[in-house]
Write a protein that binds this ligand. Structure first.
Ligand code: GDP
Length: 480
């Protein structure tokens, strides 16, 4: 039987307009967290009771998460609160948020925040903001539309109660219903890999009831719910509609926006497939990457996440790591080295995209690190499966050459691993493979040896002879 369910609220708006402060204020004043020892751990959402009615808040403000969910077809929020600072008015991210909300067709409540700020003329600012909103097709109640506007101060709390009442009214108007007995439906709003707990995901249950012990499929990832916690980290055994819960027991970390019961998306599979295909066509079977990220911290996290695949064999090679948008130079480098360009939380400049299109360079951008890692992991696994992954066993620099009858000996210094007779050998100049060959002779000082280790010099005679030159690199490798 369908019954009323609590509304799920998301808060959007320009940076520094007070989203976090508002979420904190509402949580502090309306959540009975002390019952559980006062520990309020962040799980990505919380529930309050206002006038004895529950309201669920998604605790991660920002468009990225909202857009991510929407792009995966996941409708999570029932109502969006658009926070606009009274002093600043509508700013670029406010406009962006309005666009997202309108496209997602989510009912909107405007909260004009920071009305406590001294030195602002509230009346003038209010009129300005209303005009800015109308210009962006937000139909305010005052002008006969259906969008309420509530002046608030997230700092002093003024107007927040009115805002919550308004939310209740909008929720009632939309008659939000769900059936606790129905097949369970839910969306991931946060997920991560915990060092101790393993994959952890916060799910917002949309319909039905999630029970501890349930076997689930979440965005293509299997799991059995080993543990379930409410937003106060209190262990629970069941979670009905509009309840945020943290669950343990998944086999891997799912993506934000992943749905309960969802198999891996066909589209995503196809994208990964084409990545693998592209690599298979290339000469070198390592995944070469040019990576651009918003900040150094993200870059390091991405590098560390990918580097771990190089434990046993070299599958990932970083051609460039840097911060900032993807520019033409990045694409040029990717084109000449056979790399893929990866962007995290950055833009692809139009000129760079154009060059990528003509040069057939693949650019992939992500907003969430573990989605990036997840997709790259699939590519790496794909490469391993097709037996196309190379392990470089040793590297040597050619530092001299000596004539030997009609042939030439490459005087080399081993700089990595070791090089041995019988291995597949190739000569590389910068990023170009000059050719593949074998060792006819390997000498350490004057003695013929089978293997030379890092730090030692040796003389190499190739068969077939290659047109090597001083400065080239000799690599020994095998295909796994
Ligand atoms: P967010 O980026 O939208 O999450 O913004 P924050 O919640 O971090 O707020 C940005 C700054 O504005 C912080 O310094 C807050 O203390 C301040 N702030 C937020 N709400 C109010 C308010 O209602 N009044 C005043 N005076 N300051 C506020």
């Amino acid at each position: 039987m369908e019954q009323a369910r609590p509304p799920i609220i998301t808060i959007l708006g320009h940076v520094d307009h007070g989203k976090t402060t508002l979420l904190d204020y509402i949580r502090k004043t309306s959540v009975a967290a002390k019952e559980h020892g006062g520990i309020t751990q962040h799980i990505g959402a919380y529930q309050i009771t206002h006038n004895s009615k529950p309201i669920t808040f998604i605790d991660t403000p920002g468009h990225a998460a909202f857009e991510k969910m929407r792009s995966r077809g996941a409708k999570v929020a029932d109502i969006a609160i658009l926070v606009v600072a009274a002093d600043d008015g509508v700013m670029p991210q406010t406009s962006e948020a309005i666009k997202h909300i309108q496209e997602a067709k989510v009912p909107l409540v405007v909260a004009v925040n920071k009305i406590d700020l001294p030195g602002i003329n509230i009346k003038v600012q209010m009129e300005k903001i209303k005009k800015q909103l109308s210009d962006r097709d937000v139909k305010l109640e005052e002008y006969g539309g259906d969008t309420p506007l509530v002046p608030i101060s997230a700092k002093t709390g003024e107007g927040v109660d009115k805002l919550l009442e308004t939310i209740e009214l909008v929720a009632e108007l939309h008659e939000l219903k769900a059936d606790p007995q129905a097949q369970v439906a839910g969306v991931v709003i946060e997920a991560m890999l915990d060092k101790f707990k393993g994959p952890v995901a916060t799910i917002l249950v949309r319909n039905g009831t999630l029970n501890k012990g349930d076997q689930i499929m979440l965005g293509g990832i299997k799991g059995k719910i080993r543990g379930m916690f409410d937003f106060n980290m209190k262990a629970i055994t069941e979670a009905g509609p509009s309840t945020p819960v943290e669950i343990l027991g998944l086999e891997a970390v799912p993506s934000v926006g992943a749905k309960l019961g969802e198999e891996p998306k066909e589209m995503e599979k196809a994208q990964v497939q084409s990545l693998v295909d592209k690599l298979k066509q290339g000469e070198n079977k390592t995944l070469k990457l040019v990576i651009k990220a918003d900040k150094q911290g993200s870059l390091e996290a991405i590098q560390a996440g990918l580097e771990k695949h190089n434990d046993e064999r070299r599958v990932v090679e970083f051609k460039f790591l840097g911060t900032g948008d993807i520019v033409e130079d990045n694409v040029k480098l990717a084109s000449s080295t056979g790399s893929i360009v990866i962007g995290f939380n950055i833009k692809v400049l139009p000129a760079a995209q154009k060059l990528a299109d003509t040069d057939h360079v693949l650019i992939r951008t992500y907003l969430i690190i573990y989605e990036l890692l997840e997709e790259m992991e699939e590519v790496i696994e794909g490469l391993i499966k097709v037996g196309q992954v190379e392990e470089v066993l040793g590297k040597a620099k050619i530092i001299a050459e000596f004539p030997h009858g009609k042939e030439r000996i490459a005087g080399s210094r081993i700089v990595e691993g070791s090089i041995a007779k019988g291995q597949r050998i190739r000569v590389v100049r910068e990023d170009t493979i000059i050719g593949e060959t074998k060792l006819k002779s390997l000498r350490k000082v004057k003695e013929e040896v089978n293997k030379v280790e890092k730090g030692n010099d040796c003389g190499m005679l190739f068969e077939p002879q290659l047109d090597f030159q001083i400065g080239d690199t000799v690599e020994s490798f095998r295909v796994i």
